[in-house]
Ligand binder design. Structure first.
Ligand SMILES: [Zn+2]
Length: 281
């Protein structure tokens, strides 16, 4: 697998976690940004070295360490995507420097390299975004929402969903798989029919089960992400289902349930009568 961070930036010290962030600044790393993190990924996917050494955050914290996460910097590598200046959480506004897909792809490669070099397991407590720190580590943060939104993946929203996405992509790279395309193109109006007797409806790919869909239900396909599909139900709920338990349906469905053609019953009746006659021969 390709390394994206120069080896010289990665001192041989014990590290326990990787924390992902955004800078809340512009797409380029300025000096303030570089003081706060060990590694930065600019909007065009260029990797920039932060000012503190990773060694300053190892063991007992040392002068000039990277103060990237309140009360949780010991043993934690801080890596940040440059961007989200002027962004607002609710209603969501990505501001003037939204995170970019090339930036995310480089970030995933960099996190993968950090996990490999420092032998950090990919779990929600060891590889996580700042927005997950309070829930996953029990260490209070001040309303941090990096990273809970990605403008290039609008169907994946929230700290857990985006943290799970990162961990899934990093795990795939560690396992030697090529990074999956983030989405496959979904044709306009694409629909799928549920083929399982009761299909789990989830908050994220392989995520928490929030309900179930009945066999035969036609759902709108929003995003295809590998083995998982983001769908919208006729009632307007959005969630993820396993691709293995739906079939794609061509064309838009009938606006209303179609009534059986009366000739169908006649054909069935005649067929039953013919079967009866044949059986009596
Ligand atoms: Zn942060």
């Amino acid at each position: 697998m390709m390394n994206v961070i120069p080896d010289a930036w990665l001192p041989a010290v014990p590290m326990k976690r990787v924390h992902g962030h955004w800078t809340a600044g512009g797409h380029d790393a300025n000096e303030t940004d570089r003081k706060a993190y060990h590694v930065l990924v600019e909007g065009d996917a260029k990797i920039v070295r932060g000012i503190p050494s990773i060694a300053a955050n190892s063991g007992s914290i040392k002068d000039g360490y990277a103060a990237h996460t309140l009360n949780a910097n010991t043993g934690a590598i801080g890596i940040s995507m440059c961007g989200m200046a002027g962004a607002a959480e609710s209603p969501f506004d990505p501001g003037r420097a939204p995170l970019t897909l090339p930036q995310w792809t480089a970030f995933i490669a960099a996190v993968t390299q950090l996990c490999r070099v420092y032998d950090i397991p990919v779990t929600p407590k060891t590889v996580l975004f700042h927005a997950e720190v309070q829930a996953n580590l029990g260490i209070k943060q001040r309303n941090k929402w990096d990273v809970t939104r990605l403008v290039f993946d609008p169907a994946t929203v929230g700290a857990k969903a985006i943290g799970d996405k990162m961990r899934r992509e990093v795990s795939a790279l560690l396992a030697g798989k090529a990074p999956a395309e983030p989405f496959e193109p979904v044709p306009e109006g694409a629909r799928a029919r549920v083929t399982a007797a009761s299909l789990n409806f989830r908050s994220a790919p392989d995520g928490e089960i929030t309900g179930s869909l009945p066999e035969g239900l036609i759902v709108e396909v929003i995003v295809i992400d590998g083995d998982w599909i983001n769908v919208e139900t006729p009632a307007g709920y959005r969630g993820w289902v396993s691709r293995a338990h739906v079939v794609m349906v061509d064309g838009p469905p009938a606006a209303e349930p179609t009534k059986p053609d009366p000739r169908r019953k006649m054909i069935d009746d005649i067929r039953a009568m013919l079967d009866g006659l044949e059986a009596a021969l």
